[in-house]
Design a protein around this ligand. Sequence first.
Ligand code: XMP
Length: 247
Amino acid sequence: MSFANTVRASSERTQSRIVLALDVENDDHQALIMKCNAILEDVEEYICAVKINRQLVLSLGLPAVSELVKNAHKRSLPVIMDAKLNDVGHTNSFMMRSYIHAGFDAVIASPVTGWKGGMDSVFELARKRGTGVILLVYMSNPGAEQFYSMITSTADGQKPIFERFAHMAIEWGADGIVVGATRPEVIRQVRSLVGPSMEIYSPGVGTQGGDAKEAIEAGATYLIVGRTIYASPSPRNVARSLYESIK
Ligand code: XMP
């Protein structure tokens, strides 16, 4: 099954569009692993996938993170590695192989490298191994417009760079794209460019100021939510109320 279909099936099973960003921090490794597993258990029925960041890989190391991936899989939840890959081919390939070996179902990559000698290695390996690639199209942080809205000029005219990224995602066969929830107008614009079948993952809900309903109404398929859930006194209650608000 393709990654897009795996997440779709998971989303249909739990009736949720929430991807949990598990960015928990703790200097004590055992406590960190226990906390991650406890949050997963707490909110599993209100989410459709889990996203892990490089921050957790740096804290725990890939073997321990791989155990977390297994735990999510036991709960039938696909897991995304937010690697924001953007290096040259041979190091991209190494990182892809490592994340695939650790059990991740998809990896987030940045199209800024272009295809040849950059993203080609990521997509080729992903295709061979049945792993998804999600491309970054527009970030959620306040300063993102300095780069993602930059007007670029080529033979086909002038366009903001994020529109070119959205076209690259289609051309390269990405399994989804990331557009920040903090800019629903950009989600709307990207949705009109990529059509209805491309999955849009939207981070930035809650703590970063993005509104869940607005992002979904603008065209986001899934919401990536971290601190609003895991840093709350009751992750389960927050996940449930977010789940109900967009159901
Ligand atoms: P919070 O705690 O703000 O965390 O809900 C959001 C999560 O999403 C990641 N993030 C992004 N990932 N493009 C991405 O690929 C983005 O624009 C973006 N903004 C936030 C962040 O790393 C965290 O895991």
